[in-house]
Ligand binder design. Structure first.
Ligand SMILES: Cc1cc2nc3c(=O)[nH]c(=O)nc-3n(C[C@H](O)[C@H](O)[C@H](O)COP(=O)(O)O)c2cc1C
Length: 205
C-alpha cells in the first residue's frame, strides 16, 4: 500500500497486520509469539502470518526488477498490509540470514519499494536472558534505512520456554501488557492521521 493509499484509508476499514517470523523452526518461539500477539489485537485489526520465508532465494541485484515468484509473493503481501509485525530470533548476535535476506528483497527497488512508509513493529524471543534484543535493534536500523517506519518500542522476550502456556497462550501477564502497547503503537502509526516525517521521506526517496 502506498503512502497515498494509506492516507485514503477510512476509519471503518479493518487494519491488516502481516506477521513475519524470522524462524523456520517447526516449534519456533517467535512464530508462537506472533500467534499470541495476533490474539491480542483489538476488534477491527487482524494478523495474517506469512509462511513463505523458506522459499525466498538469496538476494541478487541482477534480479531485483524481475523478482522470482516467492519474492513477488512477499512484496505483494507487504504491499497489501497496513502494517508489519516481525518476530525475530537472534543467531550469533544478529538477525537470522533468512529474515534479513527477505527484507533486503523487500527493500528494492530503491525509491519504489514496498517497505517505503510501512509501519513496522519488531519483537523477538530467545531462550537466553537477552531476548534477541541485538537482532531487534539491527532490524529496526535496517528497516529505517529501507524507508520503513519502525516504531521505537522494542519487546525483547527472554527465557522463551517459560513464556508460553501449555495452551499456546502467554504465561506472563506483563508480556501480554508489553505486546499490547507495542501493537497499539503500531496501529496508531498505521492509522489515517499518521504521516511520514521529513527524515523518513528523504530516506525512502
Ligand atoms: C546458529 C544459532 C545461533 C544462535 N545465537 C544466539 C544468540 O546470539 N543469542 C540468543 O539469544 N540466542 C541464540 N541462539 C538460540 C536461539 O535464540 C534459539 O534457538 C531460539 O529458539 C530460536 O528462535 P525460534 O524458537 O523462533 O526458532 C542461536 C541459535 C542458533 C541455531
Amino acid at each position: 500500500m502506498s503512502g497515498l493509499d494509506h492516507d485514503r484509508r477510512g476509519a471503518t476499514d479493518s487494519m491488516r497486520v502481516l506477521g513475519i517470523s524470522g524462524s523456520l523452526r517447526r516449534d519456533s518461539f517467535n512464530t508462537r509469539l506472533l500467534e499470541a500477539a495476533g490474539s491480542l489485537l483489538p476488534a477491527g485489526a487482524e494478523l495474517t502470518l506469512w509462511d513463505g520465508l523458506k522459499a525466498v532465494p538469496p538476494f541478487s541485484e541482477d534480479d531485483e526488477h524481475r523478482p522470482p515468484p516467492a519474492v513477488q509473493a512477499l512484496r505483494d503481501a507487504i504491499a497489501e498490509a497496513d502494517a508489519l509485525l516481525i518476530a525475530t530470533p537472534e543467531y550469533n548476535g544478529s538477525a537470522p540470514g533468512q529474515l534479513k535476506n527477505a527484507l533486503d528483497w523487500a527493500s528494492r527497488p530503491r525509491g519504489a519499494c514496498v517497505l517505503a512508509g510501512k509501519p513496522v513493529a519488531v519483537t523477538g524471543a530467545s531462550p537466553t536472558p537477552f531476548g534477541a534484543v541485538r537482532a531487534q535493534d539491527q532490524l529496526r536500523n535496517a528497516l529505517k534505512l529501507s524507508g520503513a517506519r519502525p516504531v521505537e518500542r522494542s519487546v525483547p522476550v527472554p527465557r522463551a520456554p517459560a513464556q508460553f502456556a501449555q495452551s499456546g497462550g502467554l504465561a506472563d501477564a506483563q508480556l501480554g501488557h508489553d505486546l499490547r502497547e507495542l501493537l497499539e503503537e503500531l496501529l496508531a502509526a498505521a492509522s489515517p492521521g499518521a504521516r511520514w516525517d521529513d527524515a523518513q521521506r528523504a530516506s525512502a526517496a
